[in-house]
Design a protein around this ligand. Structure first.
Ligand code: ADP
Ligand code: MG
Length: 729
């Protein structure tokens, strides 16, 4: 066996599960211990400072300079008590990861001693000079300043020895360079629109928050094996590898027994997450071997987004201690399930009403229906925009394949809800409803909670599903910063809610009574968005045909899907809802396309190197062994016997030659195509070249190598195989 592979396998065998000790017995004893939350603020801040932060959180008001000094000093005192020596603005640049630049608290004082310093100015704003982060050309070098600014609505936390202050990241001119800024804007838009509509029903509603619960899927792989796979290391996914004889076909991993080693990793990262206030609730095995899922209790969307990013960081760190690597790539292995991140999304009022919960009284049902149909219509009208928020090079392997995100956007409602919408559609049609009919309808709706079956498991193929009291956006990829789909969803729903209200107002002006007007608009929205409702199998060929008839778009090409973010209708809605300027959208698309190109470039380089330096030399070595064998046979046997005996070897020798020469030729072709593409200046043209000319070689080369893997002696194969990577020992 090749030395590297042998060593890697040997290391995995000697692993023992770590027994993880909880810091204390009850989770509640240490939950959020590293978070500067309300309780800590009350302890460390003056009343004035505390009130000012609360107001900033609730109303988005600015904290004034004098008070910010008080806040920073309280925050510093708390952080130092928690062992922090440094502080950083923690933000979400467009790389998709989080960024931080640590500064020490200490500062030399004039009398040659040092003091711990952190004033209000440093809390509120920083200039990290992060000029290498992507800006899509929005920060020219002459104005290469990007600013981070404190987001008081997400609490500061201590991680390691650093006080982390969640922040937005904007350019000198105020363009957003991150995910958080537009997310906050989209939250504001949907909050305002939702409150306005709620006020038809209840004047006490003054705030509507967006709830988000992310189900995070991931793979684990032993670190030693990971290190022996340059493709996993550099491109986050395997670029070659023949399927294991057994992987997920017996469905014996899903919800199965969690291996000891894995369980102790989970326990430890959960403890670390709890300390940071991340309310992890659920853990289980997923469909593919070595694939798992965890989910927190849902939270306000800005916080939930920060927490999801933070969780991924915590998981990676803790994994190291357990000699694991966590893979968030959407498709690390061919032919087994990929990883997604289902985003459970809802709207909840300050009066405690979940707007997607059908409710008990007829009045609340009208409220529910108004919001419900607005979401469906939003998905229908902005299907392309919504898709553009979840596509990426990683998710491309799932998009359009028989996995959660089909390239056609549709909404699953379940039988009961569809029936109700159909009824409203026919009953109101043509004539006014009698009071009896109205009551009946309302009462029917009122029954939903009792008859509503658990939809969750019936909609595995739907990209966007109603699951009883929330919508589940299932097309999101595992590595995605969820701000992206949340921005899109909040914005399109905000727009629909505004439109809904405008339509009602128009009818009221025409003399229609409010209740009746709302009914009519509900019906109008139902009719307008009917085509997007689909409860069948989203993977089937029939659906593709049917969807086409219904006028739904079907886009599995990433670049095309991404481009929808800058279509006239996208630019218009984002500008109208004050979430993105057209300039910001253009810049983001440019960044996404560049990212796409670079990822293919990396994969292509890695595969080329592996093919030429790892695979072909191994293959030739084995071929030489066969040649020696054949020569020996020839010496020993008569020609007739030889022809009988050496047939298989001769075939293998030939197949190896055939396949390796194809590999060689394709690698060279691929390099040529890369060279040609690299000189292209226009970002979109270059990305297209990479997609059409370079990327196809990845599969072609892999195909040959995977066949060679099956011929060549296992002893000398240089890379850990799928059957080794996919099972934890
Ligand atoms: P399932 O796999 O059945 O979809 P999970 O328990 O794995 O369910 O995850 C469901 C996620 O949805 C959790 O994060 C949960 O907190 C979240 N959730 C539940 N109710 C709501 C809601 N009203 N709004 C947003 N998220 C919700
Ligand atoms: Mg789910």
């Amino acid at each position: 066996m090749s030395t590297l592979r042998f060593k890697a396998l040997e290391q995995t065998i000697s692993r023992h599960p770590l027994e993880v000790q909880s810091p204390s017995k009850k989770t509640s004893d240490y939950f959020a211990i590293n978070v500067f939350n309300k309780k800590r603020m009350q302890e460390y801040l003056s009343q004035e400072a505390f009130d000012s932060v609360m107001e900033a959180i609730d109303k988005g008001t600015k904290v004034d300079r004098k008070v910010s000094n008080q806040i920073s000093s309280g925050m510093k005192a708390w952080a130092i008590d928690r062992g922090a020596t440094h502080y950083t603005h923690w933000f979400h640049p467009l790389t998709g990861a989080t960024a931080e630049k640590h500064d020490a608290f200490f500062e030399p004082a004039s009398d040659a001693s040092v003091i711990e310093n952190f004033d209000g100015g440093k809390l509120v704003q920083q200039e990290p000079d992060a000029s290498s982060l992507p800006s899509g050309g929005m920060r020219n070098t002459f104005e290469a300043r990007g600013y981070t600014a404190w987001d008081p609505s997400s609490p500061a936390f201590v991680m390691g020895n650093t006080l982390c202050i969640p922040s937005v990241y904007v350019s000198f001119k105020g363009d957003s360079l991150d995910y958080k800024t537009p997310l906050l804007k989209s939250i504001e838009a949907v909050d305002k629109a939702a409150v306005d509509l709620c006020n038809y029903f209840d004047k006490n509603v003054t705030k509507v928050i967006v709830g988000l619960g992310c189900e995070q899927e991931y793979f684990l792989v032993d670190e030693a094996l990971f290190s022996a796979r340059p493709d996993l290391k550099l491109s986050d996914r395997t670029l070659m590898g023949h399927s294991a004889a057994k992987d997920q076909q017996l469905a014996d991993h899903y919800f199965g027994y969690i291996p000891m080693r894995v369980a102790s990793f989970m326990k430890e990262f959960e403890i670390e997450a709890y300390k940071l206030g991340i309310p992890i609730k659920t853990r289980h095995n997923e469909v593919a071997p070595n694939q798992y899922e965890c989910a927190p209790v849902f939270e306000e969307v800005n916080l939930a987004t920060d927490h999801n990013q933070l969780l991924m960081t915590v998981m990676k760190r803790v994994a190291k201690k357990h000699n694991f690597k966590v893979l968030f790539h959407e498709k690390p292995y061919k032919d087994v399930n990929g990883s997604g991140k289902h985003c459970n999304w809802s709207l909840i009022t300050n009066t405690g009403v979940n707007l997607f919960s059908p409710g008990k009284t007829p009045k609340t049902n009208m409220l529910f229906l108004s919001f419900f149909v607005s979401v469906i219509k939003g998905v229908f009208e902005y299907q392309d925009l919504l898709r553009s928020s979840i596509v990426s090079i990683g998710n491309e392997h799932r998009l359009g394949a028989a996995e959660a995100p089909p390239s056609i956007m549709s909404v699953f409602l379940g039988e009961e809800m569809n029936k109700i919408l159909d009824e409203i559609e026919t009953r109101v049609s043509g004539k006014k409803m009698s009071p009896d009919e109205k009551t009946e309808l309302k009462l029917d709706v009122g029954k939903i909670p009792e008859i509503m079956p658990d939809n969750t498991d019936r909609n595995r193929t739907s990209p966007f599903a109603f699951t009883g009291n929330r919508f589940e956006f299932r097309a999101v990829g595992a590595s995605t910063n969820v701000a992206s789909p949340m921005i899109a969803l909040n914005t399109i729903v905000a727009k629909q809610l505004i439109e809904f209200k405008e339509e009602v107002e128009k009818l009221i002006e025409e003399g229609v009574k409010k209740d009746e007007a709302i009914f009519q608009v509900i019906k109008k929205f139902i009719l307008a968005s009917k085509n997007v409702r689909f409860d069948g199998n989203n993977y089937s060929e029939e659906w593709k045909k049917e969807a086409e008839k219904r006028g739904l778009t079907n886009v599995s090409d990433v670049l095309e899907a991404l481009s929808a973010s800058v279509s006239p209708s996208s630019k218009e809605i984002f500008a109208e809802m004050k979430v993105f300027t057209p300039r910001e959208l253009d810049a983001r698309l440019e960044i996404d396309m560049e990212k796409y190109t670079k990822k293919i470039q990396i994969e292509s380089r890695v595969l080329g190197d592996l093919a030429v330096n790892h695979i072909l030399p191994t293959v030739y070595r084995y071929q030489n062994t066969l040649i020696e064998n054949v020569k020996g046979l020839k010496e020993l046997f008569s020609e007739t016997d030889f022809n009988k005996l050496a047939g298989t070897q001769l075939e293998s020798i030939k197949e190896i030659s055939d396949r390796s020469s194809v590999v060689n030729i394709r690698v060279n072709n691929m390099i040529d195509e890369r060279r040609k593409a690299n000189v292209i200046e226009e970002v979109d043209v270059k990305a297209r070249e990479y997609a059409d000319k370079v990327k196809p070689y990845l599969d072609e080369i892999r195909y040959q190598i995977d066949h060679l893997e099956m011929i060549v002696d296992d002893e000398i194969w240089p890379l850990p195989k799928y059957r080794e990577l996919l099972f934890i020992r």
